[in-house]
Design a binder for this molecule. Sequence first.
Ligand SMILES: Cc1cc2nc3c(=O)[nH]c(=O)nc-3n(C[C@H](O)[C@H](O)[C@H](O)COP(=O)(O)OP(=O)(O)OC[C@H]3O[C@@H](n4cnc5c(N)ncnc54)[C@H](O)[C@@H]3O)c2cc1C
Length: 506
Amino acid sequence: MSDAIKSIVIVGGGTAGWLSAAIIAAHHKNRPDETLKITLVEASDIPTIGVGEGTWPTIRNTVRMIGIDEKKIFKECFAGFKQGGKFVNWVTEDDFYYHPFTVPLGYGQMDLAPYVEEIEDFALEVNYQQEICEAGLAPRSLAEGEFQSVCNYAYHLDAGAFANILKEHCKSELSVEHFIGTVKDVILDEKGHISILNLESEDGPFELTADLFVDCTGFRSLLLGKALGVPFVSNEKYLFNNKALALHVPYEDEDDPIAPHTIATGQNAGWTWDIGLTNRRGVGHVYSDAYLSDDEAEENLSKYIGQSLDKFYIKDISFQSGYRQQTWKHNCVAVGLACGFVEPLEATAIMLVEVAARYIAENLPAEQSTMAVTAKRFNQQMDYRWSRITDFLKLHYMLTQRPEPYWRAHCDPASIPDSLKEDLAIWKYRGPIKSDFDGVAELFPAASYQYVLYGMGYKPDYSRQSYLYDQHKNAERIRQKNRLMTQQLLQTLPPHRDYIEHWLEQ
Ligand SMILES: Cc1cc2nc3c(=O)[nH]c(=O)nc-3n(C[C@H](O)[C@H](O)[C@H](O)COP(=O)(O)OP(=O)(O)OC[C@H]3O[C@@H](n4cnc5c(N)ncnc54)[C@H](O)[C@@H]3O)c2cc1C
């Protein structure tokens, strides 16, 4: 008798739950009914986190693979294009640099950093996207189709509306069953695997069983953390932030430009995010309560938006930075906040949901007898990813020159992970290169590290092997090409808001 996995129950109807359901169900959309049943259950009395508006470029393929039109995302989620991040006041209190999503020209063939005079200008000299963002332009013109563009991009979107689109699509197109109910009890079998979920609903109690349970219950981590007792690994000694305030800010004028990038502005003990949707901005302050009181954080936020906060609804969120020691245990795998969370500086959370759900989808129908191997491999990958994310985020802090105690503490060697110290030892004499990041579990390309490292003014000492860097003519040719492309794109790409409005009218 086959012991293939025939039923999956996903608990939680936030972005993680519905995105997982959509990715798994879309991957198996041609399944006959009896082969794989996918059910999502969510509590009506436990709200979703309700934030999470910035995404990573992987989202485009995900949306396309699920089978949703890009226009629908823009219309119903009030979405804007996100072409990268602008980091303001991270080095001093008067500077900025960009982490654009498009890789440098010549990427993988020639590292242009040794030929750039002012290393802080790296992004500007080797890529056109910073100028496109500064000019407030869309990443494509009306001549290009859905999901296409010259500039790499992700989305800024309304998280609640996105979950709703996914829900509707899962139910109408992908045969996902949906129940409303609150899990009250998780019953384990003699081997410690989850066997039954006991739920309460308006119509009374009911129970659900499955071959595989996907825990998308948010910070509660009800199945993996609570029922299966998988410990939480804190990484707060590297990343100190543990609080966030979030609010929606209307545009002064409905025709105001929409920033085509996330703006992350360094504050005295944290940073603010600013995300432009078509109907409003999503603004928030992430900070550490060891260095900043809630009142001070509100003051920072009020100063940032240039208005009193009195008339705004402010969402106040506490979080612990870290992740579960195992992501997949026995017949339960956690996705989203139930698996872990680090501050949203590079919008890694939704990207990790995509990665995890795709792994689950691609490894089904796994025989139950091979589940332990599937889980072990996934756990190894996720462990690596969490440490890479920690390193990459920490890189944004540790090169700062800001004088406040919070920023000085980020430069303390005791607060820097050993793996990042090792990277920096290598990058002392050469910058990050593609082959530093070619594993299957890698999330960020070398280009991302280059943009942050150089943008913050870090220049490797190329003098030890200066003979490697004598391709001045080639370098100048590529930079010249970049200047030309920048000029052309500045003339041809439309303003961000205009583009979205015209495109949606088509
Ligand atoms: C301040 C902040 C800013 C963020 N910004 C970004 C960003 O810009 N980009 C990004 O990628 N990510 C961001 N994130 C993370 C992002 O919000 C989450 O990863 C994403 O929303 C997924 O959340 P979730 O679905 O795991 O959890 P939740 O949204 O909390 O959903 C949990 C679900 O579980 C259900 N549930 C809980 N208990 C039970 C129960 N007993 N029975 C049944 N159902 C239950 C709830 O009803 C709910 O449906 C941010 C997070 C924070 C805190």
